[in-house]
Write a protein that binds this ligand. Sequence first.
Ligand code: AMP
Length: 271
Amino acid sequence: MRASAAELRASGRRLALIPTLGALHAGHVSLIRLARARGDAVIVSVFVNPLQFGANEDFAKYPRNAAADAALCEREGADVFFAPATEEMFPKHFSTAVTEDRVSKPLCGVSRPVLFKGVLTCWLKLLNVVQPHALVMGEKDFQQVAVVRKALADLALPVEIVTAPTVRDADGLAISARNAYLTPNQRDEALAVHQALMRAREMVDAGVRSADRVVAEATHIMAAKRRLRVIYIAVVNRETMEPMREVVPGVSLMAVAFWVDEIRLTDNIPL
Ligand code: AMP
């Protein structure tokens, strides 16, 4: 990977790294296309990072399809498909970690305490190997963007952060590899989350500024679904992830994590 990156750099290209867990879908494709549209040489990493999964999470059953992922990257014109082995990334006695202690704490940090530490440790290693000019991420994982932005700024890593909006299916469901776990009924219920977020946005567009009111309305819409369990729903500052009592358009974000039966999904909408 280092040799390929050096070669691309030597040819005068700017490098964009897109870290993923694989099972590539239209959301990932949008990141590849964005990086290509910038003229960057595109490196897609596919690595189901064991550090970011908690003990009771879906590491073992997370969808893996390296051949299809590689074919998709080739089709989309990515320059390098990088799928390191687990033992190569995190050999047995690996004993170093990167943590960020503020932006990581609320929201997903509460229910998935190892998530961001795992992401940061893995991504810092990927960044050190590839040494890209840009790191491309999806707003689907808004807290991940905020955490990585903060950690890279704190550690003075010279990497441009590029983000792309959430890609949704035609019915509005945010595309995620975990959607593959959903039965048609479960999928139907998950759609209420998008409806709730859209309703929140509508209220803000109509002038409502009370975060409580917007959250209450969105919660009401999701409560109509028998299989949905809300883990958190909050109006937060997009950069710090701190709760906001008043919605400030352009600054606030509504973020939600939920269970559909035993499947954990997240979604968000800028307000
Ligand atoms: P993942 O493979 O889920 O870790 O995602 C890898 C990258 O793709 C992350 O930066 C995600 O935010 C981004 N991503 C995942 N799903 C979507 C989506 N539906 N729309 C846009 N970006 C996405």
